[in-house]
Design a protein around this ligand. Structure first.
Ligand SMILES: Nc1ncnc2c1ncn2[C@@H]1O[C@H](COP(=O)(O)OP(=O)(O)OP(=O)(O)O)[C@@H](O)[C@H]1O
Length: 548
């Protein structure tokens, strides 16, 4: 498929306000995509890589602006792009408005004056090559490749190319739309598509399988060791709710660490974070433990916790520091020890266990691992639950998890089968979408951070965080956020959604000031949730629930 065709369809999808019609348009796009079906199913959601693949393009806004400016000719520079962005508010519209291709004769592709049309597969190949560029000179190589693409792009193509590379597709197509569209386009049942998406974690593969092999093919899609799935998540809940609903609750310690999915292929282990990023290298002791303990291929789910020499849990931020550590891992390992508490088992030696009840999955886990399994107790009255909770808190853990013993493992869903009970005051995980420059001795650093909740289409601010941050932390935050700065206007800075803060607060108030309708009272910085991406941040819906 030519990229121009994809862009025209994307424009049509974007301008369609009704959900059902959007599904129809995406279904038709899938049906017409031919050999490019997998790529198109990802691109229309703004994905270049499958969801299980954490490869990043690593193109920040400024690199994209530079490439655009270069393709727009000598009279345009990055500052012009930023200025236009401040005016129109969206990079796609800016790219579309530029007169690109002015340096056609200098382009690496074609070389002549005829414009060589972009294709979906060509764009994908270029973006893959761009993501693979590493080491010295890789920034220049990325800029050049991006310039080549923009230089060959017609206005509508440029609009969606810019959005795609910056991860801001925003045509109103989420995972649910793609699921429904695949089902409609290839006449397969929606639940089968849904299950296949959970297991494969790649809408491109699922779309191709639905088209080529129908529902039977979808059912054959299984877990693959080395291909992470999304983590099953929990809702806040109480013992009474759990017991009323299930009669007996499986009760487990809630560890204050970071989620990790263990993939062991029978020889070596790989570890993935909750964001599905590979964290094998930063956690060698977990890898060693798994490789020594397991004897058959398996996929396990668990929490990695930082501990003292006597096994007492250490603060959550310490485990995140280990997750981020790329260099001197051995030194970091000396400073902070980590331990794995495995609590679930998704696959053992060729057998998928997603549809097996939790109680059986836990038995399988215990038969696989002699140590390192999180103990699971069964309780049928609230006093028993309270005793288990008191023990967990005494041991320095965060609280307890209540799980439905009969429940299946549903990747990526935050259902009612896992309830978390934490006695502490709730915090919110919010996305940084803006900042203000500091004052006085902090004048060279970003000082106040605008934090936003996830909304249906984008992010809505709920407050500004300036307290709870030490000087040292502020410097780190500045460095962390600087590459994501989109535009500046006086002291106000617009930041692309990339970093998630955990934010404490005293109260949530109704607010006419913010588009979200809410404002946090006395918001305070608790930490950066390096293990979360913006799509995992708390939603406005959650805030609605907290305030109702
Ligand atoms: N025994 C356990 N079983 C399942 N999850 C556990 C357990 N102990 C700790 N956890 C952690 O608790 C998280 C479940 O809470 P939730 O799904 O709401 O994630 P969260 O938003 O990170 O919550 P929180 O910020 O409260 O940790 C899991 O993602 C996991 O990392």
């Amino acid at each position: 498929m030519e990229f121009a065709e994809f862009a025209a369809r994307a424009a049509e999808i974007e301008s369609e306000p009704a959900d059902l019609e959007t599904v129809d348009l995406v279904a038709t796009l899938c049906a017409d995509a031919g050999d490019d079906l997998g790529t198109v199913a990802r691109f229309v959601q703004g994905r270049v890589f499958p969801a299980h693949d954490s490869t990043k393009l690593d193109i920040g806004p400024s690199l994209c602006y530079e490439a655009l400016a270069k393709a727009a000719g000598p009279n345009v520079d990055s500052d012009d792009i930023e200025r236009r962005l401040a005016e129109v508010g969206e990079i796609g519209a800016v790219a579309e408005s530029l007169d690109l291709g002015g340096q056609q004769g200098l382009a690496a592709f074609g070389g002549g004056t005829d414009r060589e049309a972009l294709t979906v597969s060509g764009v994908e190949e270029t973006l893959q090559a761009l993501a693979a560029a590493a080491g010295d000179g890789s920034t220049d190589a990325k800029r050049d490749r991006l310039f080549d693409l923009f230089n060959r792009a017609e206005p509508t193509e440029a609009r969606f190319l810019a959005r795609l590379v910056l991860g801001e597709m925003r045509v109103g197509v989420g995972e649910g739309t793609v699921r429904d569209a695949i089902a409609a386009a290839f006449e397969v049942p929606e639940p089968d598509v849904e299950r296949a998406l959970q297991v494969a974690n790649d809408c491109g593969l699922v779309a191709e399988t639905a088209r080529d092999d129908g529902a039977a093919g979808l059912d054959d899609i299984g877990l693959v060791v080395g291909r992470p799935v999304k983590a099953m998540l929990a809702q806040a809940g109480t013992a009474v709710e759990a017991l009323d609903e299930w009669g007996t609750a499986a009760v487990e310690t809630k560890y204050d660490g970071a989620r990790v999915q263990v993939h062991y292929d029978g020889d070596s282990a790989r570890l993935f974070s909750r964001n599905l990023e590979e964290v094998t290298e930063p956690l060698p002791e977990v890898v060693e433990f798994v490789e020594q303990s397991l004897s058959v291929p398996a996929i396990l789910d668990g929490e990695v916790v930082a501990v003292d020499d006597d096994g007492t849990p250490r603060p959550f931020q310490e485990i995140l520091r280990r997750f981020r550590r790329k260099h001197d891992v051995a030194a970091a390992r000396e400073d902070v020890s980590v331990e794995l508490y495995a609590f679930d088992c998704l696959h053992v030696d060729g057998e998928d266990l997603l549809d097996t009840p939790l109680s059986e999955r836990h038995d399988r886990l215990e038969s696989l691992l002699a140590d390192g399994v999180s103990p699971l107790s069964y309780a049928d009255d609230a006093d028993e639950v309270a005793d288990i909770e008191a023990d967990a808190l005494d041991a320095g853990h965060e609280g307890i998890m209540l799980k439905n013993p009969d429940s299946t493992y549903t990747p990526g869903s935050r259902g009612k089968n896992w309830l978390k009970r934490k006695p502490d005051v709730e915090t919110l995980d919010l996305v940084v979408t803006g900042a203000e420059w500091g004052e006085g001795r902090r004048a060279n650093l970003l000082g106040t951070f605008v934090v936003s909740a996830r909304a249906d289409d984008g992010y809505e601010p709920v407050g500004k965080v300036a307290t709870g941050i030490t000087d040292e932390e502020l410097e780190r935050l500045h460095e962390r956020l600087q590459p994501h700065v989109r535009t500046e206007d006086g002291t106000d800075v617009d930041i692309e959604p990339a970093v998630v803060f955990e934010v404490g607060y005293e109260e949530i108030q109704q607010s006419p000031t913010y588009g979200s309708g809410y404002a946090l009272r006395f918001p305070r910085f608790v930490g950066v949730r390096e293990d979360k991406s913006p799509s995992d941040a708390d939603s406005l819906e959650r805030i609605d629930r907290l305030t109702s």
